[in-house]
Design a protein around this ligand. Structure first.
Ligand code: F6R
Length: 609
């Protein structure tokens, strides 16, 4: 969480910093700030709230400079306020930071003992004073940052600016993303490429432990021991359109509607191919996947739900036992490691601290067969795993994950087929049928998107509700969970999901005419069981909203509203059924007038525990 931008240029960098922050706002949006050196003086501007507040302040103050650092915050230490907003200052030095410094209390006490006075509640201020103490001891800025970062424990990406050295900025990273941008008119750094597309496509991915100096026409990178290192310049293929809203009102809406394209891109690797191959998962796939006896999926939030769907697929198609765990639980649990288990981590961002830590924990326990399913190729999680599958959903900006989820499911379907094939459990004609369904998936999802007007009407009724219950069975139970998560996340309506068979074991007590019950009703082998569960709801006066496949024969009646989905889509049906639930929460949030793309208290990349 938190976004960082740094710029040094021949032209005014304030508009570059602000535009960069706007692109990074998805990472955190409770306060923003910048520091510049202008006419030899360090100036700092900070505002509680969105980047727009900071931009207005910068305009009022006529801020302009050739060098600066900027930050958009998601609060960890200290409430969201101007006082806690970055940059933090020590003498003539300013620091912005993304991450968490675990030993900041110890650093703070030591610095306080030396007379440093802290003005904020943040861990970042400790970094500022620590670097200042190194400068005071005679180090230059580059060296001071390197020495200071050697004392930090935890995750950080930082950018530092000093009044006394206005010809350079220094940045460093460990465990939080940061890349350099090599521009025609200057050097830049940011938390992601999207923030820099306005000035350059040439990017350098910094490695953990790198400390880099940015000058107008050059850069230098050193390792923690001070030795110099060269890093390759990459030409980013990210298109500016991919991060623009275009005709849509919100990124979430855009991303829901991009799903056919995102799926087509993710599944491009099987276009035309008559069979699945382990190599889809990387060069070492045969060695890593061969002999796998079990699968353990580790993930958080929506990505965890993708794992839960995959459990049904892996066990029913590949006959491989699978367990799925919330990463934040697994990392601290005494579990029984098994070297023949494939550890699959799923993450849109590839930065989620708990998922990364869970992966490292599994590896440390001797589980070397690891696969990352991720949407960000250069992310920490991808680098850590031995195999990778990069979903090609394109940048997901809306905080609520949508197209990342469906492309994760596509990747997990390919994994299921691959493991089934390696185990000799996928007859050729079944493989051909599955592949055909996968290739057709973008078209099938497109059809579901056409239901939007009807869902919009339903959403009107939902928006007035305080609570909602989601029901599903089998591989659609995780889809009910995902529907509930989406609804609470962006509309703030309290929602819970249950396996429909569990209803009578407790939650049925909640059902009355004020509790809308949303049912995911595919025409699969559990349909009749689900119908009985829906009767139980109706008998208690509960109002049902049913997403029913063609042929499911659930009649519309008083208190039973049916939305007619296309024909049942077999194993891949969860991919189709999640789409109307995404649309339902989107439209309910619109009616309620919440901030759809930036729901309160949340951020896109959860890089802290
Ligand atoms: C919900 C949502 C979150 C993320 C979770 C994991 O819409 O987006 O629940 O799924 O924070 O994030 P990643 O997938 O980046 O690891």
């Amino acid at each position: 969480m938190c976004g960082i931008v740094t710029a040094i240029s021949t032209a005014d960098i304030v508009p570059v910093l602000l535009e960069g922050l706007r692109k990074l706002e998805y990472r955190g949006y409770d306060s923003a700030g910048l520091a510049i050196v202008s006419n030899g003086r360090l100036a700092r501007l900070r505002a509680a709230g969105r980047v727009a507040e900071l931009a207005a302040l910068a305009e009022r103050e006529h801020a302009s400079a050739r060098i600066g650092i900027a930050h958009t915050r998601w609060a960890t230490h200290g409430v969201p306020s101007e006082r806690n907003a970055h940059p933090h200052i020590s003498g003539g030095l300013a620091v912005v930071h993304n991450g968490i410094i675990e030993n900041f209390e110890a650093i703070k006490s030591a610095l306080q003992a030396r007379g440093y006075v802290f003005e904020s509640d943040t861990d970042t201020e400790a970094i500022a004073h620590l670097i200042h103490s190194k400068l005071a001891a005679g180090a230059d800025l580059f060296e001071a940052v390197r020495l200071a970062t050697n004392e930090l424990h935890g995750a950080y990406a930082i950018a530092v600016l000093a009044e006394a050295e206005p010809e350079r900025a220094v940045v460093a990273r460990s465990g939080a993303p940061l890349l350099l941008g090599v521009g025609e008119h200057g050097m830049y750094a940011a938390s992601d490429t999207a923030a820099l597309l306005q000035v350059t496509r040439q990017v350098i991915y910094l490695e953990d432990g790198d400390v880099a100096e940015l000058r107008l026409a050059s850069h230098r990178i050193v390792r923690p021991d001070g030795s110099s290192v060269e890093r390759e310049i990459h030409l980013s293929s990210l298109s500016a359109d991919a991060v623009e809203l275009g005709q849509f009102r919100h990124y979430m809406q855009k991303e829901i509607f991009e799903q056919p394209q995102a799926l087509a891109q993710t599944l491009e690797i099987i276009t035309g191919g008559g069979s699945v191959a382990p190599q889809l998962f990387g060069a070492r796939a045969l060695e890593v996947l061969g002999g796998v006896q079990r699968v353990l999926v580790l993930a958080c939030g929506t990505s965890y739900h993708a794992g839960l769907v995959a459990r049904y697929w892996l066990e029913s198609v590949a006959k491989v036992p699978c367990s799925v765990e919330i990463a934040s639980e697994y990392r601290y649990r005494d579990s029984v490691p098994d070297p023949d288990t494939l550890v699959v981590v799923i993450s849109q961002s590839g930065e989620t601290a708990d998922t990364l830590a869970a992966l490292k924990h599994a590896i440390a326990q001797g589980m070397q067969r690891t696969l990352a399913i991720c949407n960000v190729p250069e992310s920490a999680i991808v680098r850590e795993a031995s195999l990778r599958f990069i979903t090609r959903a394109g940048p997901e900006i809306g905080v609520a994950s949508t197209k990342a989820f469906t492309t994760q499911l596509a990747a997990l379907a390919l994994l299921t087929l691959t493991l089934a094939k390696l185990a000799g459990r996928l007859p050729e004609e079944q493989e051909a049928r599955h592949l055909q369904n996968l290739r057709h998936l973008p078209v099938a999802v497109q059809k579901v998107l056409e239901l939007e007007p009807e869902i919009e009407r339903w959403a009107q009724r939902f928006a007035a509700k305080q609570h909602a219950l989601f029901l599903g069975r089998g591989r659609h139970w995780p889809i009910a969970m995902e529907g509930a998560l989406k609804l609470k996340e962006i509309s703030y309506i309290h929602a819970e999901a249950y396996a429909a068979g569990e209803l009578k074991h407790g939650p049925l007590a909640l059902v009355d005419r004020d509790m809308p019950v949303i049912a995911v009703a595919p025409a699969d082998e559990l349909l009749e069981k689900l119908k009985s569960n829906l009767q139980e709801v109706r008998a208690r006066g509960g109002e049902l909203y049913v997403f029913a496949d063609a042929g499911s024969e659930i009649p519309e009646s008083e208190g039973v509203h049916i939305l007619h989905m296309p024909e049942h889509y077999g194993m891949l049906s969860p991919v189709l059924h999640v789409v109307p639930l995404q649309l339902l929460s989107y439209h309910a949030a619109l009616v309620k007038g919440t901030d759809v793309d930036k729901p309160r208290n949340l951020a896109k990349s959860v890089t802290v525990e």
